[in-house]
Structures are given as structure tokens and as C-alpha cells.
Design a protein around this ligand. Sequence first.
Ligand SMILES: *Cc1c(COP(=O)(O)O)cnc(C)c1O
Length: 442
Amino acid sequence: MADNSDAFEPVDTPTPRRKPKPEVTTIAGREMKPSTLMMGHGYDPMLSEGSLKPPIFQTSTFAFENSAAGKRHFEGITGKRPGGAEGLVYSRFNGPNQEILEDRLAIWDGAEDALAFSSGMTAIAVLMLAACNAGDVIVHSGPLYAASEGFVAKVMAKYGVTYVDFPAGATREELDAVMEKAKAQAASQGGEVQLVYLESPANPTNALVDVEAVRDARDAAFGPDMPPIAIDNTFLGPLWQRPLDHGADIVVYSLTKYVGGHSDLVAGSLAGAKRWMDPIRALRNTMGGICDPNTAWMLLRSLETVELRMQRAGENAAKVCAFLKDHPKVEGLGYLGFIDDPRQQDIYDRHCSGAGSTFSVFIKGGEAEAFRFLDSMKIAKLAVSLGGTETLASLPAAMTHLSVPDERKAQLGITDNLVRISIGIEDPDDLIADFEQALAQV
Ligand SMILES: *Cc1c(COP(=O)(O)O)cnc(C)c1O
């Protein structure tokens, strides 16, 4: 491969892609909405025997039309030529189902580019490993999803990366101090602040992060080489929160939750500008971690109904919470539709267009009463996870957060009577009847 003279020359016979060219995204001069684009964007049936839906491309590798095309594709894969691969090469790098999925995911968040992964945690791990070198610092909001928090504190620590965390809801002044602390910490380790990582709303407290204030604090603290702001948008995205509009650079998802939406797959994604996605894609090419073609296909099906499902789940949650609000056996609710803190309400009003369908309900009493309530539910299933078509209930203190030290639990407000609910798309009156009879057993 000594001769690179044709590196920038177009190949005469490019590998057929599944994508229509040109891609149509407007109709009669108006931009099509994501819910319209989910049915066909990024896929041309005529390139696949007229198959209305994309076939599942169950293959490990792709044939090149000729040697020059193979070379050109590898130049894209290896970064010799900017812009990524122009053709399909090998299924650890890309594939038609994954590429269509990535094109459609990018639409929801208004992102230039997106990357699909085999799980939310793989997306988060590859993001952090791509961003940091030994000595660098990650600034993050807290609490994070437990595995994300563990990845920063335990795994990144093995490679000499440290962190500075701050509570969700921190003000601009507090954030300025956090950025200064992180800069000083990085300087003392011979590194740089390479990533600002947020999760909003936080799990299981539903505390919101002021993304605009984080952006302003980041902009003020750093020069042109500023670290990107990534945000885990699993709880409200893609429907009710669009963080790129509020100053975030990278949107992170566990697609396992609302986007997949049927509790039948595990996947994750990142979306943002190409300049952020390119180095992450390069590491994913090396490490693996792209989602498989079958999962990508399932997600294409899920994306066709994500708006309908989330809307219905959100409406159901509002009805259930209105019922629970004044119930004598309920001590309180952690639901974004009923915020009692003015600062949190202000963040909600600026960043969110819906309260979601995942919330906490505090049952009067302690663990015994919460167990009684959970064991009495008939429609709601007792399981962790969220965002599926079915209603799920769990007790974080005894389940997802069992290993969190007691002081940290107290600090986060994770009490023995905090029941976590993810409302599905069942009939709302059936759900209310289920909550009513279960509370009667307490
Ligand atoms: C589930 C979840 C993750 C991890 O995603 P997986 O798909 O399970 O790897 C990350 N962040 C949040 C907020 C989650 O709910």
C-alpha cells in the first residue's frame, strides 16, 4: 500500500448502499418530522429486491466490487481519509441495518451523526475510553446510573483518569467552582479535563441537571480546545428532551429502555457532531461493541412507534400520578409533573417538553409496606429496567441500589419505602385500579 496517489479519487463503481440518493427529508418545502422519517429514511427498497422493510444483513463481511474500492473503503475505516467508510467492509465496523439505525437515531436529536452499540454501557465505556488519556479528568453530575458511576470511579481509575462530581441541580456559580477544581486536578496530574458527563433526570431521584448552565460554565472555563458535554438522555429522550438544543455535544442512550421499548433487546447509542463521533467510531472499530444486525433491525421497528408509545406512556403516568398524589397511603411522589422545587421547575421548563413515565412513589411506612404493595400488584410486573410497553415496579434500596452505602443512599434520598415505577401503555383505568387494590393491601 505504498502508492496513495488515488486516495482522494472517487471510485467508478461504489459499493451499493441501502441508502436512497438523494435522501428526501422535506415535503412541499417543509421539513418532515422524525415520526414521518422513521418509516423510510436511510433505506431504498429498490436496492434490496423491492423489500419494503430492510432485510436483516446477517453477514460477517462484505464483498468489494474491485481492489480500488476495497482500498478506498479501508482508507475511510482507518482514518487515512476523513469522513468514515464509504462502503461496507466488515461487520465489526458497519452494516446496512446499523447504518440505517444510526441515520434514524441522529434525526431525533438533531445530530449530525450517531453510533449504535451492543448496550448502553458499551456506548458509555467506549465514549470515556475514546475521550481520555492517563492523567485526564472527567467532570460528572451525580448521581449517575450505578454502572456508569462505577465505570468512572473504578475502571477509568485503572488508566489514571480521575473525576470531579457535582450534584444534579448545581447552579452556575457552583459549576464555575467545579470547572476550576477539575482544571487544577488535571494540571496536578499532567492531564486535561477531557469530558463533562451528565445524566438528567438522574436515576432514581429524577433530579434535573441545568445543561445550559453547565455549557456556560464550560465555555467560560476552557479555551477553544474545550471538553465536550455528553448527557445520558435515556429517561426523557428522544421525545421529551433534546439536549443538543441546550448546549450538550453528545447524547447518550440506553436504547434498551424507551427507544427499544418492548423489554426484548439490549442496545445503546451516541449521537453528536462528526468531530466527536469520528474518534469514538475509530475506537469502536478496534474494540467491537457495535450492535448486531438483528438488534438494529428490531430497533428500526421500535423507532416507528417510539413517539406513539412514549406519548401514551406519558399520558398514563400523568393519570396514575394524579390518582396517587393525594392517596392516604402515599407519602410523596418523585414525578417531574409535580415538582416542588423552584430551581428544578425552572430547569424543567427550559429543558423538557414532558414529564416522562418513570417516577418514584414513597409508600407510607418502610420496606415491609413497600414489599406488601409490590407483591400485591397484578398488572405491574416486579422487575428492574424501564421504558417498556408494560408497567414495571421495583424497590431500588433493596434491588438496583442494594450495594450503595447507607450514607450515600440517605444523601440521595433513596429510602426503604421508595418504589420505582415505569408506566407502560396499558389502559390507564386498569392501571389505576391495580394501584388502588395494591395500596389497599398495605
Ligand atoms: C439502563 C441504563 C443504562 C445502561 O444501559 P444498558 O443498555 O443496560 O447497558 C445507562 N443509563 C441509564 C440512565 C439507564 O437507565
